[in-house]
Design a binder for this molecule. Structure first.
Ligand SMILES: Nc1ncnc2c1ncn2[C@@H]1O[C@H](COP(=O)(O)OP(=O)(O)OP(=O)(O)O)[C@@H](O)[C@H]1O
Ligand SMILES: Cc1cn([C@H]2C[C@H](O)[C@@H](COP(=O)(O)O)O2)c(=O)[nH]c1=O
Length: 627
């Protein structure tokens, strides 16, 4: 008997039912957020703008607090409870709380209900997350997670539309949220035969999410930039509540439509611009859009600018998530959105209008964006404006005439014993066999001066060399290498393969020795006249594996502690993640021939004359040249 594998994860009936519940619950969350904040503004309207703004801020604080206070406890507690029952009870509690709001009709109860609804959601979400692995086979989990993220954010514009219609119902505008939670409860009720409890709490708390999203320099820059875009969105939401419920619904919808478009088209935006630069520029654009929104009076222009703001934020998220582990950022982003709304709404009240609050927030976000760009920039020393203008024309900007060489420049990078030397040799053999003029070289030590520098740099007896001197010596070796070996070869049209290049300095001296990465990048941009490889192959091997592959006595750098090599590895990975179009990352623990096949497939794409893949079969058995 053959068991049919479902074509799509939604073809699994129990998961489809859970997914329907997830969609209804997310819709309920957005509808409730919109309705409770709008209702708080309405119920306090008689007390003036300042009181209204403080009341709105109170609702956002009430929605924020449970995640901060109860967040770390709710996940572990929920896995001990019956998941289906937990979701069902949480849904019914939310229905009752939302429905009670118009009945009580007091601002204080709006805030209390917002807090309690959020507490119930804190149990619903981990119960859902612990249920998914019980319904979906392991190999389908990623697909299921993607669908979960889709409904979480995809329901926001739908909620905005429904809310805008529901505003005609006065205090009963909250009814949409109650109905959505009720629908969620019905779908949860249909989920039978679930394992009752157990499994791991897969929903990270805010703090866990922050830690898990990465800790190195580039990750820090990306994280700050992403949160700046969310804060800008939160600020806009916070003040637009004060413009009346219809305007609020329209702005909210415009924001999320923009985000959805940006997320979808992100990879197709300015394809000739480095992804790191696109990320930084998008974050700055979000801040700038917020400032312009503050200055504009016309509501339709505000709506259009809000779509632009959302679009830039969507692009930033799409590009940024390629560097960071996306799902982990979700709790932090949610808290940031609510916090920004909670701060900016009362600030607008104190200032007597949204103008100053939005300008201050937008300006701050532009500064954060500029700092994030400085951290993630992978083309330091290359003019950003020239780069962008060229990208707008659909071209890649090449500074000076250095890169307009006829040859092809490939760098191999990686930690100790990762397999760079082996792979660069195998690639050189393969390319020579195709008839290419290949120059295989390495750093440090490929020139006369370079050999002397290498002897000093790797001498284990050379204790106490200062990190700055070390960085300058590697840069000096590189300047000589580029001038005497690499550039002449590229100019005559050769394929140059170097075992290590600038990234090694960014990783070893920047991350390893904790020198300012911008300084290391600048010195090296000068030393190489900004010569950037067409392709960098990162052989990614855990230091615990690579270091044990090495024979003989450890040199000055190899004998650094394991944490040093871990930092180096993380930096290599971040550099590659920030410019995926210029990198190939290969798992260095794979068998040699598998790695070299992957490298050949990628290199084939950038060769002057395409190499037919069949030629690989002829040369695949060729042994590496040994010293
Ligand atoms: N994929 C692999 N699997 C197992 N062993 C490998 C692999 N790649 C390389 N090796 C072995 O690991 C050792 C180190 O490889 P290699 O010299 O290519 O690394 P490297 O990155 O150039 O190291 P270093 O930069 O420290 O000189 C060699 O003995 C090589 O045969
Ligand atoms: C180019 C370059 C290298 N290093 C370090 C990395 C290695 O420990 C050695 C080179 O040894 P290999 O066996 O030839 O790989 O030097 C560095 O710290 N910074 C650099 O820029």
């Amino acid at each position: 008997m053959t068991i049919r594998r479902p074509a799509h994860v939604l073809d699994i009936p129990p998961f489809r039912r859970l997914w329907m519940a997830m969609s209804a619950s997310s819709l309920g969350d957005w509808l409730t957020l919109l309705a409770l904040s709008a209702l708080a503004a309405q119920l306090t309207a008689a007390h003036g703008y300042q009181a209204q703004a403080a009341a709105v801020g109170g609702v956002f604080v009430a929605k924020l607090l449970p995640a901060l206070v109860l967040g770390p406890l709710a996940g572990p507690l929920t896995v001990r409870l019956d998941r289906r029952l937990t979701m069902l009870v949480a849904d019914l509690v939310r229905v009752a709380l939302v429905a009670s709001v118009p009945l009580v009709g007091l601002y204080q109860w709006v805030v209390a209900a917002a807090f309690l609804i959020e507490c119930a959601t804190l149990f619903w979400v981990p119960a859902r997350d612990a249920t998914v692995p019980a319904l979906v086979p392991k190999e389908r989990l990623e697909e299921a997670t993607r669908l979960g993220v889709l409904v979480t954010y995809g329901t926001a514009p739908v909620a905005a539309l429904l809310f805008t219609v529901l505003t005609t119902a006065g205090p009963w505008m909250v009814a949409g949220g109650a109905l959505a939670y009720l629908v969620s409860a019905v779908w949860v009720f249909t989920l039978r035969g679930l394992p009752r409890r157990g499994g791991a709490a897969s929903t990270p708390s805010v703090l866990e999410g922050w830690r898990a999203s990465g800790g190195d320099r580039v990750a820090g820059g990306v994280r700050a930039g992403l949160l700046a875009t969310v804060a800008a969105g939160g600020a806009l939401i916070g003040v637009s509540v004060l413009s009346g419920p219809v305007a609020y619904g329209v702005v909210f919808g415009a924001l999320f439509v923009g985000v959805a478009v940006g997320l979808f088209f992100g990879p197709r935006v300015l394809t000739q611009l480095s992804r790191s630069r696109l990320f930084g520029v998008s974050v700055i654009a979000v801040g700038a859009a917020l400032v312009v929104i503050a200055l504009v009076r016309d509501q339709s222009v505000v709506v259009m600018l809000t779509v632009v703001l959302g679009l830039c934020a969507g692009v930033a998220w799409r590009v940024g998530l390629e560097v960071l582990d996306g799902p982990h950022m979700e709790p932090v982003a949610r808290v940031t959105l609510l916090l920004a709304a909670a701060v900016v709404a009362p600030a607008a009240g104190l200032a007597g209008g949204a103008l100053l609050a939005l300008i201050a927030m937008g300006g701050l976000m532009m500064v954060v964006g500029a700092l994030a760009l400085r951290r993630v920039d992978d083309r330091k020393g290359v003019s950003l404006s020239e780069d962008m203008l060229a990208a707008l024309r659909g071209e890649r900007y090449t500074p000076g005439d250095v890169e307009k060489v006829p040859g092809v420049f490939i760098a191999f990078e990686g930690g100790e014993g990762s397999g760079k030397t082996t792979q660069s040799r195998l690639l050189a053999i393969w390319l020579r066999d195709q008839g290419f003029d290949v120059v295989q070289t390495r750093e440090p030590g490929s020139t006369k001066v370079g050999m002397r520098l290498r002897a000093i740099l790797l001498d284990a007896a050379e204790k106490g060399l200062s990190p700055r001197a070390e960085a300058l010596m590697y840069a000096a070796d590189r300047a000589e290498h580029v001038e005497k070996v690499i550039r002449p070869a590229l100019e005559r049209g050769a394929l140059v393969i170097t075992d290590r290049y600038v990234d090694s300095s960014l990783a070893y001296q920047g991350a390893g020795r904790a020198l300012d990465p911008a300084d290391v990048a600048e010195v090296n941009a000068w030393a190489t006249s900004e010569l950037v490889p067409h392709l960098t192959v990162l052989i990614d091997t855990p230091p615990s594996v690579g270091l044990t592959r090495l024979g003989g006595a450890a040199d000055r750098i190899e004998s650094e502690p394991l944490e040093f090599h871990e930092r180096v590895r993380n930096e290599f990975r971040s550099l590659a993640g920030a410019a995926p179009e210029r990198y190939l990352v290969v798992d260095g623990t794979l068998p040699l021939d598998e790695i070299s096949r992957t490298v050949q497939d990628r290199v084939r794409e950038i060769l002057p004359d395409p190499v037919p893949s069949e030629s690989e079969d002829i040369t695949g058995t060729m042994p590496a040249i040994r010293d």
